[in-house]
Design a protein around this ligand. Sequence first.
Ligand SMILES: Cc1cc2nc3c(=O)[nH]c(=O)nc-3n(C[C@H](O)[C@H](O)[C@H](O)COP(=O)(O)O)c2cc1C
Length: 212
Amino acid sequence: MKGYHWIILLLSIALIAVSVRLGAQSSSSPEKEGNSGSDAALDCIMTRASVRSYTDRQVADTTINKILRAGMAAPTAANQQAWQFVVVTDQNLKDSITAAFEYTKMVDKCSFAVVVCGDMNNLFKGDMPDGGFWVEDCSAASENMLLAAHALGLGGVWCGIYPLKERVERLRGILNLPSNLTPLNVMAFGYPAQSVAPKDKWTPSKIHYNSF
Ligand SMILES: Cc1cc2nc3c(=O)[nH]c(=O)nc-3n(C[C@H](O)[C@H](O)[C@H](O)COP(=O)(O)O)c2cc1C
């Protein structure tokens, strides 16, 4: 073997050794811990914003299903899943919801809405006051759906219904909900008509370690 062949061989061995070492270091660094090793989930959380205007483009059923699946992947008390989801695609119903409430004016233009309902026939009992944790279960599902929609290029907004009795009963009437279902919200979804900048809510003064 000629002299320069030896040099190339030695350089190659050194390069491989450095690569192996760097690879081992990066896989054990704290920044790379977690499921995917990517920041995509964090980016999705930090860039989500409520979207209240939508294009005419309809959302495909497969996409709606992905959003619903994300909702049902949420954590719930004792895994009770005290929820039912009413998907509203019918234009007359969307119009009725828009007409019924002051703060749901975007619903008639959305592609679909999801009404997340607590199911009083399926409550976590435990050592709990009436109602168990249904509000928390449904809220976790709602946020999951907003994030999933954002990840899929859609926009959405949560419109509050519960605990305002009058809103609950009015929506119950529009959607013909049985008495065991209490609607927490109306979530409107569609492709955004314009991009909405996320609000910066980071307030370090609201963080308290160990005691207030
Ligand atoms: C419980 C709850 C009720 C809300 N109700 C309404 C509503 O009735 N109409 C509406 O346009 N937005 C509603 N929102 C959306 C908030 O206005 C919005 O999340 C808030 O202004 C922060 O903005 P962001 O979502 O862009 O971060 C509601 C949000 C929550 C969590």
